[in-house]
Ligand binder design. Structure first.
Ligand SMILES: *[C@@H]1O[C@H](CO)[C@@H](O)[C@H](O)[C@H]1NC(C)=O
Ligand SMILES: *[C@@H]1O[C@H](CO)[C@@H](O)[C@H](O)[C@H]1NC(C)=O
Ligand SMILES: *[C@@H]1O[C@H](CO)[C@@H](O)[C@H](O)[C@H]1NC(C)=O
Ligand SMILES: *[C@@H]1O[C@H](CO)[C@@H](O)[C@H](O)[C@H]1NC(C)=O
Ligand SMILES: *[C@@H]1O[C@H](CO)[C@@H](O)[C@H](O)[C@H]1NC(C)=O
Ligand SMILES: *[C@@H]1O[C@H](CO)[C@@H](O)[C@H](O)[C@H]1NC(C)=O
Ligand SMILES: *[C@@H]1O[C@H](CO)[C@@H](O)[C@H](O)[C@H]1NC(C)=O
Ligand SMILES: *[C@@H]1O[C@H](CO)[C@@H](O)[C@H](O)[C@H]1NC(C)=O
Ligand SMILES: *[C@@H]1O[C@H](CO)[C@@H](O)[C@H](O)[C@H]1NC(C)=O
Ligand SMILES: *[C@@H]1O[C@H](CO)[C@@H](O)[C@H](O)[C@H]1NC(C)=O
Ligand SMILES: *[C@@H]1O[C@H](CO)[C@@H](O)[C@H](O)[C@H]1NC(C)=O
Ligand SMILES: *[C@@H]1O[C@H](CO)[C@@H](O)[C@H](O)[C@H]1NC(C)=O
Length: 742
């Protein structure tokens, strides 16, 4: 008995160690570099000789030949229901990519609803004939809120949507969207639990900064996101340091996960945009600046101006002309999945309003929370630009005549939608990837009144591809000419296929299968057109959101009706397989069943449809759970102390400090195990200092926020206090879009 028990103890302690610590967010610096003469860290190419990373090509091709053929027969049987005999394709099907838009929690939930409708593991999707497309897809790309669900799927071992979003009590804990992203313990920033939680975020960020890597607002933001979308956080351990809460989960490690080893998931890509270094841009981007992608193999860009890729495992290492500063100047562990998701969603350069010490868009408590965390961070550590994601540049010296940041040793990465391409289509049009069809999951909130997409994102992608990426990317299929045309033709309110009628062989463009966030086809009230900055959802709202989107996804549409189309699943199969016809010589004719589908679902520039064929669609959001948030707070069940400024606020802070000190003492043995991150820097010392009588709040940037909280609420009294030391002036030659990212 003794031996098994001690073995059990050993196993248990090993398991506990596996949970890691939030300080695992810190990369490792001064690591030995590989011998770059035999194992270069960079691949530099041109649009004409672009190639995939060998491991990307290997993974995608193995799936294509060994997994996808049987998934096709699982999905479409022998093909007779869509008028084909699948065996004639000789296992040479289509390469399909799925692209998930940004838009915060709305986008993540919209994509969850769509993906559940395309997943063969979902019974109603399977019954409708739509479930199966996910399994035959070769790529999955996400940006911003779309990167959160992407990261979540890969870091939770490719779960079903149901397990991932709601948790299954076994190996997933759910997204916990009812715990507000920036203020999980409610609006009072100084509640004990919120304070402990901020301490946890800052502990991660300071650990990174102490490695001499510049952090920014993106870092605590990345940590906030990790609590929801990565796998080590449950309702029970949310306000603890008992696990790493996703710190240390590296994007480069996706290929070690069990589903990957079986070639189950498609190849993932996360997109981020860049702000030209030195531009200090605080508006939407023009199309020019380089668009980056981050895969489990590489970080870089296919844009003709750069056309270079960095080994993801060493990202964070500064290179000049491909050469590290010295043999031990390499960085590993920078590719934290949380930071990758945070970078893709780093929209702060457009919304941080330094003049008014505010963040536009966020509600008051979220904005205050984020500014408060930033102020404490700035008190501890130096940053370069605090409103962007700071990435050491591996591309310094590369393409000096074309690459705008060639002379910079840092890159300033920002939200992947900053150039108005809110769906990461560009990555899937890269010529070397050779895709046949691309599913665009678009949850953009373009319509300024009701928050529906109006085609702005695909129009922006088409325009960027046509004007800047002709040499590196495939052509875009024909679209309606404008967002007004998207609206009048109704193609933004129901699934639509673009590019159905190529005139060449091979076809001159891939197909785009467009799934816009749209009102329920049944005529029910919509619940999915919520704001990008809504950072808390009740469980009831999430469930209805996903179910309505799921129903729209599997239902297609029937002109002049509110009924689902019983043929939609088969029509989707027609679209997904269409380009495989061209792999045969001569190309196989399109089946008559599929031709019929295409007249209904394809955008035909010569025979436009009308939104009037989509009756009774309700456009105005109706909150399905109006009392919800207060119910959630009651449900949490700990005492809510209202924010009262002045002495009571100070008392709460002091209480939090005492709790913190007590906690720290208790956990000291554990802390000692990890890098001595701290003097974290004495969060306690900082807070105590700023609360001491006679302390000059204006002397420290960090205390400005505490100062503001301690003052009577007179905006004029505080607005002239300089908040952040650097002046950020928008460059005069950049456009003033003046709109927040969608
Ligand atoms: C691509 O071409 C460029 C110049 O034309 C050359 O420097 C580079 O080595 C080539 N790259 C590859 C991967 O073939
Ligand atoms: C499909 O084609 C294969 C050979 O290409 C043939 O053996 C099979 O009978 C065909 N199936 C049907 C249903 O026609
Ligand atoms: C969380 O995900 C990581 C990466 O996929 C994996 O190594 C780890 O085992 C998972 N942890 C839990 C608790 O599921
Ligand atoms: C997680 O648990 C669910 C429910 O028990 C199960 O269906 C699934 O296979 C498990 N996934 C993994 C990766 O173990
Ligand atoms: C985690 O530890 C850090 C550093 O000791 C502390 O600031 C923070 O409050 C702790 N968080 C929780 C939730 O206990
Ligand atoms: C951007 O900000 C930096 C630091 O404040 C400043 O030196 C630089 O001149 C600014 N650039 C522009 C174009 O305003
Ligand atoms: C190597 O470069 C790193 C990063 O620039 C620096 O921290 C380190 O001191 C250098 N080491 C040597 C031996 O020069
Ligand atoms: C489409 O959305 C964009 C972005 O919000 C907006 O500027 C434009 O006016 C909209 N177009 C129409 C026709 O409503
Ligand atoms: C399938 O999707 C529906 C609609 O969202 C959901 O109610 C159901 O639980 C899902 N089933 C599985 C196995 O994910
Ligand atoms: C989705 O469709 C199913 C089957 O038609 C229906 O029973 C269910 O109520 C629908 N869900 C919602 C939220 O409308
Ligand atoms: C599929 O067909 C294309 C076009 O004929 C060909 O280039 C490619 O090699 C084929 N792929 C496989 C795996 O058979
Ligand atoms: C135009 O499209 C409609 C369906 O939207 C179809 O019924 C009609 O036959 C098409 N007309 C032509 C000339 O293709």
């Amino acid at each position: 008995m003794l031996l098994p028990l001690s073995l059990l103890a050993l196993v248990l302690s090993t398991l506990a160690d596996d949970e890691g610590a939030v300080t695992d967010y810190a990369p490792a610096t001064n690591q030995p570099c590989p011998d770059i003469t035999t194992a270069p860290l960079l691949r530099v190419f041109t649009p004409l000789n672009q190639t995939l990373h060998p491991r990307e090509a290997g993974y995608v091709n193995t799936r294509f030949t060994q997994v996808i053929p049987s998934e096709w027969t699982n999905w479409a049987g022998d093909g007779s229901a869509i008028g084909y005999n699948l065996s004639v394709f000789g296992n040479n099907y289509t390469k399909i990519g799925i692209a998930i838009s940004g838009g915060g929690y709305r986008a993540a939930q919209y994509a969850a609803g769509v993906i559940s409708g395309l997943d063969a593991r979902n019974e109603s999707a399977k019954a409708a004939g739509t479930g199966g497309l996910l399994q035959v897809a070769s790529y999955l790309a996400g940006l911003s809120g779309g990167s959160w669900i992407t990261g979540s799927m890969y870091m939770n071992d490719w779960p079903t949507v149901k397990d991932m979003v709601y948790g299954n009590g076994v190996n997933t804990s759910g997204w916990l969207l009812d715990l507000a992203l920036a203020t999980p313990d409610g609006d009072n920033l100084f509640s004990k639990l919120n304070q402990e939680w901020y301490g946890s975020l800052l502990w991660s960020v300071v650990a990174k900064a102490n490695k001499s890597i510049d952090t920014s607002l993106t870092d605590p933001w990345a940590r906030m996101i990790s609590f929801h979308f990565l796998n080590q956080t449950s309702r029970d351990n949310f306000f603890t340091n008992d696990t790493a809460h996703g710190a240390g989960q590296l994007w480069s490690k996706v290929p070690e996960t069990p589903p990957w080893l079986e070639h189950v998931p498609p190849f993932p890509i996360i997109q981020a945009d860049s702000r030209p270094v030195g531009s200090n841009l605080t508006t939407a981007l023009p199309p020019g600046p380089v668009v980056y992608e981050i895969t489990p193999m590489e970080f870089g860009s296919w844009d003709p101006d750069l056309s270079a890729m960095m080994n993801i495992s060493y990202v964070g290492t500064h290179l000049n002309n491909g050469v590290p500063d010295n043999d031990t100047a390499c960085v590993t562990g920078f590719d934290q999945t949380g930071f990758v998701m945070g970078t893709s969603a780093s929209l702060f350069n457009q919304i941080l309003d330094r003049a008014h010490n505010d963040i536009q868009g966020f509600d008051d408590s979220a904005a205050k929370s984020i500014l408060y965390v930033l102020s404490r961070q700035l008190a501890e550590v130096r940053t370069r630009a605090d409103d962007v994601a700071n990435w050491p540049s591996p591309f310094q010296g590369i393409k000096p005549n074309n690459f705008e940041d060639s002379s910079s040793n840092w890159l300033e990465l920002i939200d992947g939608s900053s150039n108005k391409e809110n769906v990461p289509l560009g990555q899937l049009f890269v010529k070397a990837r050779g895709l046949d069809a691309i599913v665009a999951i678009d949850a953009s909130a373009d319509d300024p009144v009701n928050g529906w997409p109006n085609g702005t994102s695909p129009l922006s992608s088409a325009s960027r591809i046509t004007t800047l990426l002709q040499s590196s990317h495939q052509n875009f299929p024909p679209l309606p000419g404008s967002s007004a045309d998207f609206i009048s033709t109704g193609v933004n309110q129901r699934p639509t296929f673009f590019g159905c009628y190529p005139t060449q062989n091979p076809p001159e463009f891939p197909m785009v299968l467009y799934f816009p966030n749209a009102p329920p086809l049944s005529g029910d009230n919509p619940v999915s057109n919520t704001g990008t900055f809504k950072l808390q959802y009740t469980p009831k709202h999430t469930e209805l959101f996903l179910d309505l989107v799921h129903n729209n996804t599997i239902g297609g549409f029937v002109p002049n009706s509110n009924s689902p189309d019983p043929n939609f699943g088969r029509c989707l199969q027609c679209a997904a397989i269409d380009r495989a016809r061209y792999h045969l010589s001569p190309p196989l004719a399109r089946s008559s069943f599929c031709m019929q589908c295409f007249t209904q679902y394809c955008f035909d520039p010569n025979n436009k449809t009308s939104s009037s064929e989509l009756p009774n669609r309700k456009l105005v959001f109706v909150d399905p759970d109006p009392q919800g948030v207060s119910k959630v707070e009651g449900f949490l069940g700990h005492s809510k102390i209202p924010i009262i400024f002045g002495f009571i606020g100070a008392a709460i802070v002091i209480g939090a400090i005492i709790a913190f000190l007590t906690w720290r003492k208790r956990r000291q043995h554990r802390a000692a195990t990890y890098q001595k991150v701290m003097e974290v820097h004495d969060d306690d010392a900082f807070l105590a200092r700023s609360m001491a009588p006679g302390y000059d709040h204006r002397a420290s940037v960090a205390s400005d926020f505490a100062y503001e909280l301690a003052q009577p609420r007179d905006p004029h009294a505080t607005s002239d206090i300089p908040y952040v030391p650097e002046a950020h002036v928008p460059a005069a030659d950049m456009p003033e879009a003046g709109e927040v990212p969608r």
